[in-house]
Every structure is written in C-alpha cells, then in structure tokens.
Write a protein that binds this ligand. Structure first.
Ligand code: FE
Length: 330
C-alpha cells in the first residue's frame, strides 16, 4: 500500500524543468555555485558559455531562445542587454532584501551579484605604496616607461575611462588617457594577470587590474610568485574612491522556465551562494550579510567611488571613441 502511494506521488510530480543560462563568465568560476543550487533544489542547470555577441544571439533567437537567464560582468553589458529589451523585470522580495538598491536596476531588469575593484598592482621592490593615491596620479611623468595595462578597448578599461569622463568630462579624460599612454612600458597586451607577471619580470613597476586576479594568481602555483611581487593599492578617482564594477544576472524576456530561473536568481543572492562567490572567486559579495574572504580582506579596506554605475555606463560610447582617437593600443 505504502509502495503504491509513493509511486502515485512520483507519477504525479511534474519533472523539474532544466534552466538554461547564457554566461559570458568562465564556466569554472560559476560551476561550483550552480552545482550547490542543483544539490539543494534538484533543478538541473545548463550553461552555455558565450564569449561574444550575447545580445546578437538573444536577438536572433527571439522568442525561440532557450535562455532563461544571462550571467555577465560589467554594468555596461548588463544595461545594454536590458536596454535592448532582452530582459524582463524581476520582482522578488528575496532579491530586494539581499541586494542593496544601488546594485540593481530600478525596474529589476538586471541584478548585481558581486563587485570587484579595478586597482593598482605595484612592485613591492620599486614602488612605495604611498606613491599612488589616485588614478589621476598615473599620468605623472615620474611613471614614464613604468606602467603596464591590457588593451584600452577591453570592457574593464572602457569602464574605468567612462568613470574618468563621468568625473572630469571627456576632454580631461582624453588628456588623462594620453598621459597614461605616454607612461606605458610597452604596448597594451595580454590580460590583467599578464601585467602583474610583467612587474614580476621587471618590465614595469605598476599595473592596472581587477582585485580578484590577486586571489586567482595566489591559488596558482606558477602565478603565486607574480602575485607575491606586488602590493594591492586602492587609488581613488575624482577624489571619491576606488573604481568598482559588477557582475550580475538578468531574467530573459522570454524565459521558458521563469519560476525556476527566479529561484536560481534568488539563490545567487543568498548568503550561501554569496559566500561561495567570495571564497572561490575572490569577489566582493553584494549581499551585506556576507563578508569578503579572509584573503581579500587582507588586502585592506577601501571606499568605493560613489558615482552611480548607471551614470558611468552612459559614457561608454564616448570612452571607446577616445581610446581609438589616442590610438591607445598602438
Ligand atoms: Fe575578469
């Protein structure tokens, strides 16, 4: 009898739908968090790693898109997807309670999950930490031939320049970028970690990079040496604070499995998932109940720039034009 009841219940329970994610984030960064969600809920999550053209893909697929949600980095990307009408408004008391309003779109068209600062890596041997206090300082001629940075057109640098425009106007921002270019040790090349490697190799003394790469380098046997050759410094922009950016999530306009997708978004803002982001990815959790990892805390506390990220993102097109005009990468 009991056996039959169990069987009847099993037959009556509809199969939990899979959720499909389009993600521009490296799969190994988010897989452990998604696995924890599946273990807790039984909902299976499929991730398609999309390296470029996320908006074009969603537009081409239209209502046939299998994507329930998108995971990406950079406020400019998040707002571009929302502005293209490819996401839908999320109304969730859980999300609203977990993530402060300044890190969410006012209409819930995207939700920030973590933040990262774009900071200065400085040689322990050749730079006294007191020498760098602002991003504006980096155009000082004393840094001539001593700075390394990745392509000016990379999203991370476009966002930093967008912030410079937001604080000082386009003209001053262009002068700043020209000054920065004049101080480069060599043409922009490689990723953020490659710049720290260049400091370790003695090719430059200062690099601009995102905070979490320090954690990622320290957990890699080869790269730990690079990381140990530098200090993490938190310069301020426009007299305000360090330049920060977000990673975030959005519910797609046509999410076929909307209820499950909302469950996942809520999970990603929870203490459990936010702790995983903090410990595994060395990012700053946006849920204020969760602390950064001990390692991240050891780099020191800092004030973030108080300029709103949406305001900064508005200057993206202008920033790209400036990078091209000063031939930053050449
Ligand atoms: Fe990155």
């Amino acid at each position: 009898m009991l056996k039959h009841t169990v069987l009847a219940m099993l037959l009556a329970t509809p199969a939990l739908a899979d959720i499909n994610i389009y993600s521009t984030r490296q799969p190994d960064l988010i897989d452990p968090i998604l696995q924890a969600f599946t273990e807790e809920t039984g909902i299976v999550v499929n991730t398609a790693f999309i390296e470029g053209g996320l908006i074009e893909r969603l537009e081409a697929e239209g209502t046939r898109s299998p994507a329930d949600l998108v995971l990406t980095v950079d406020i400019a990307n998040l707002s571009a997807i929302a502005n293209a009408g490819l996401t839908q408004s999320l109304e969730s008391e859980t999300v609203n309670a977990n993530i402060p309003a300044e890190f969410r779109d006012t209409n819930g068209l995207w939700i920030g999950l973590t933040s990262r600062a774009r900071i200065v890596y400085a040689s322990k041997e050749r730079v006294d930490p007191s020498e760098v206090t602002s991003y504006e300082d980096l155009v000082d001629p004393k840094w001539e031939g001593r700075i390394c940075i990745r392509s000016g057109l990379h999203n991370y640098n476009i966002a930093l320049l967008s912030s410079m425009i937001a604080h000082h106007g386009a003209e001053e921002a262009e002068a700043w970028l020209t000054g920065l270019k004049a101080n480069l040790a060599h043409k922009p090349q490689g990723n953020d970690r490659a710049q720290v490697k260049s400091i370790w190799a003695g090719e430059c003394d200062i690099a601009i990079g995102n905070t979490y790469y320090m954690g990622l380098m320290l957990s890699d046997p080869e790269q730990a040496e690079w990381a140990n050759s530098v200090n993490v410094l938190f310069p301020i922009i426009g007299g305000e604070g360090a330049h920060v950016n977000l990673s975030g999530v959005a519910l797609t306009a046509n999410a076929p499995n909307k209820d499950e997708a909302i469950q996942l978004i809520e999970y990603l803002t929870s203490d459990a998932a936010q702790s995983l982001y903090a410990e595994l990815n060395y990012e700053y959790p946006l849920n204020p109940a969760v602390s950064p990892s001990e390692l991240v805390q050891s780099w020191g506390t800092f004030t973030a720039d108080s300029m709103s990220l949406s305001e900064i993102a508005k200057h993206r097109a202008e920033a790209i034009r400036i990078v091209e005009r000063v031939n930053f990468d050449e």
